[in-house]
Design a protein around this ligand. Structure first.
Ligand code: SF4
Length: 316
């Protein structure tokens, strides 16, 4: 039986960002340098496939420093950690490597700078996400107020409306964040903020590619993990940009083929923590059922690269 024709739009850029690439390299280089096991506090990046692969090589994933023995190296995830965590690791004289993405560290530095200038911070982010916890944990309790929606802005109780600054999580929806920033500026005209927001280049570029692809795709599949903030935003951006079936899939086995019945085109992208091997797996699964014509939807090219910490570049 002949396969039905299907146009497969492939977003570019998609998948790994420079921060994720660096964090994975850090774990691999730590294993090479110190041997297994190396402990990693929290999933190094939000992707089960990546985490399982590193576990097979000898990484042990834990949630807290207390779960790590004092005599093995520990790595902090790309999302960043509250200041108290490296401070406690240093107090225990542990070997630790911080894999916080430099673009998250930049937000930490911004928060500290505003704090030392006497400003109270408002963070736009998702409650409970490790990046939000890490960024809020750069300053003493109460110094960072969290908002998730424009409606939250109305309920903010600030110390001094004339002494405020805002920062954002790096993986938010560009459009949703603009609405929250506008609400903040309307209520607190003196609020200080970054030039645009702190959403990183990788998040912005992946959302732009989805916006270009979604209106012409009958369905869109975002390859990523349910706990990956940037992947979930891509699903939402796809739906908001006009694709009525926009779904998150971790692997090809998650595809609901019945829902795709009768479609003529699919858009594919991947979150910043999803490896290309999973994109290929999904594309192969689609090829097995359809006569596929691939069309690249490229809205930007990326050449960002971050160095790993010096301790890993030095011999053991
Ligand atoms: S999504 Fe952006 S901030 Fe997060 S690790 Fe990647 S480059 Fe860094």
């Amino acid at each position: 039986m002949s396969k039905p024709p299907l146009t497969l739009y492939l977003a570019a850029p998609r998948g790994f960002c420079a921060g994720v690439d660096r964090a994975i390299k850090i774990v691999e280089m730590a294993l090479q340098k110190w041997g297994a096991p190396v402990y990693v506090r929290h999933e190094i990046v939000h992707n089960k496939f990546v985490v399982d692969g590193l576990r097979d090589k000898g990484a042990i994933f834990v949630e807290e420093l207390d779960d790590c023995p004092p005599d093995r190296p520990v790595i902090f995830s790309a999302h960043g950690v509250p200041k108290a965590v490296p401070a406690e690791a240093a107090r225990r004289q542990m070997v630790f490597v911080d894999a916080t993405c430099p673009l998250v560290s930049k937000v930490h530095i911004e928060a500290e700078r505003h704090h030392s200038n006497g400003l109270q911070m408002v963070m736009i982010g998702h409650e409970g996400h490790p990046e939000t916890l890490g960024t809020m944990g750069q300053l003493p309790p109460g110094e960072v107020l969290l908002v998730e929606t424009p409606a939250d802005v109305a309920g903010l109780q600030v110390r001094d409306a004339g002494k405020l600054a805002f920062i954002t999580q790096t993986t938010l929806s560009v459009d949703d964040t603009a609405a929250i920033v506008a609400a903040l500026q309307a209520r607190f005209p003196a609020i200080v903020g970054p030039h645009k927001e702190d959403i990183c280049y990788a998040t912005t570029n992946r959302q732009e590619a989805v916006k270009a692809m979604a209106p012409k795709a009958d369905a869109m599949l975002v390859i990523g993990a349910p706990n990956s903030s940037n992947s979930r935003r891509l699903v939402e951006v796809g739906a908001a940009a006009g694709c009525s079936y926009s779904q998150l899939v971790q692997r090809a086995t998650d595809i609901d083929w019945r829902a795709l019945d009768g479609i003529a085109s699919i858009g594919i992208t991947a979150g910043a923590s999803a490896p290309e091997v999973l994109v290929n797996e999904v594309v192969d699964a689609i090829r097995a059922r359809y006569d596929v014509t691939v069309e690249l939807v490229e809205t930007a090219t990326e050449n960002v690269e971050f160095k790993v910490p010096r301790v890993l570049r030095e011999p053991a």
